[in-house]
Ligand binder design. Structure first.
Ligand code: F6P
Length: 349
């Protein structure tokens, strides 16, 4: 099929990245631009997410703008979390810019919050929207995979492997806090990849005795002298913590709480490492580059076919799309297989 044979429902589309950035977002932007150009659709880049649409922070994109970015982390379009876009007045301003720039559709790359914004805009105004899942948390209910997860998991795994070296030398206990917002996907996955002694996730509030103390004791009895406890940033104990654990220094989170409890219950002096935003950076893995490229290409086709309110998803290895309203009703569920595997791999020696 030659370029001109396409019968496009849209002539000019916008593309933006919103929420926390994720490695592979640039590959998705590149794929959107290149696929649109392939179909003779014009692309307007919107900087700083929904806030950029409100402010008219927009520019025409060509394939040159996306050359040499498939391998880079971050997002060339910048990202933001916009409070103003949560209001009707904010969305009215955004829509005015859609008209001014002649946009028929928007590809929004981000998480659930990004998609809720897209849906609110398209419900109030005649503009087509399609979402591409991009978050290292992999916590979007309607898709099995979101761009950035694999790279973030590898970054965390490599960091934990390094920590293990020094923990082994000093025969220490290490507590590593990984990101994930309110979801335990990343912690569970990284916990398996690093052979953690214990993995704590928000979906299953921890019992310090059963989930941590007994597992470390079992490892020690079996001859281990270093212990790796992986904690999701949103994890919390079953019962509210005792007073002295409540009075944690400001700015400390789940990892420090677990470290304090291990010290109290076992007398060990764990070293706590919060991996933090390092997990969001770096060159995207092959999996993230390929998934982002496939999703970006798919998203342009969705808009070109005249569809709106869709989320591009990864289901059982295939790239497909779901209705945005239905998709947003689905909540993140942990991979049951991974949960079972973590149970079998920890505390048994
Ligand atoms: O959603 C991605 C994420 O990195 C979460 O894992 C984390 O809780 C949050 O964003 C951190 O956000 P911020 O960029 O505001 O520090």
């Amino acid at each position: 099929m030659s370029k001109n044979d396409f019968n496009n429902a849209v002539k000019r589309i916008g593309v933006l990245t919103s929420g926390g950035d994720a490695p592979g977002m640039n590959a998705a932007v590149r794929a959107v631009v290149r696929s649109a150009v392939y179909r003779s659709i014009e692309v307007i880049g919107i900087r700083r997410g929904w806030q950029g649409l409100i402010n008219g922070d927009m520019f025409q994109m060509s394939t040159k703008d996306v050359s040499h970015i498939i391998n880079t982390g971050g997002t060339i379009l910048y990202t933001a979390r916009s409070q103003e876009f949560r209001t009707h007045e904010g969305r009215q301003k955004a829509y005015n810019n859609c008209r001014l720039f002649g946009l028929d559709g928007i590809v929004a790359i981000g998480g659930d919050g990004t998609f809720s914004g897209a849906l609110a805009l398209s419900t109030e105004f005649p503009i087509s929207v399609v979402g591409i899942p991009g978050t290292i948390d992999n916590d979007i209910g309607c898709t099995h995979y979101s761009i950035g997860y694999d790279t973030a998991a590898n970054t965390a795994m490599e960091a934990i492997d390094k920590l293990r070296d020094t923990m082994k030398s000093h025969e220490r206990c290490s507590v590593i806090e990984v990101m994930g917002h309110r979801a335990g996907n990343l912690a569970l996955y990284v916990g398996i990849a690093t052979g953690a002694t214990s993995v704590l996730i928000p979906e299953e509030p921890w019992d310090i005795q059963k989930d941590v103390v007994e597992k470390i004791q079992a490892a020690r009895v079996a001859g281990r002298t270093n212990f790796m406890v992986v904690v999701a940033e949103g994890a919390h104990p079953k019962k509210s913590p005792e007073p002295e654990e409540d009075s944690m220094a400001e700015g400390t989170g789940a990892g420090y709480m677990v470290g304090q409890m291990i010290n109290k219950h076992l007398g060990l002096e764990p070293r706590v490492t919060v991996l933090g935003h390092i997990q969001r950076g770096g060159a995207p893995s092959a999996r993230d580059r390929v998934t982002a490229t496939r999703m970006g290409h798919y998203a342009v086709n969705v808009l070109a076919e005249g569809k709106t309110n869709r989320i591009v998803v990864h289901k059982d290895g295939a790239i497909t799309d779901v209705d945005m309203v239905e998709g947003l009703k689905l909540h993140n569920t942990l991979n049951e297989n991974e949960k079972v595997v973590v149970k079998a791999m920890t505390g048994v020696y």
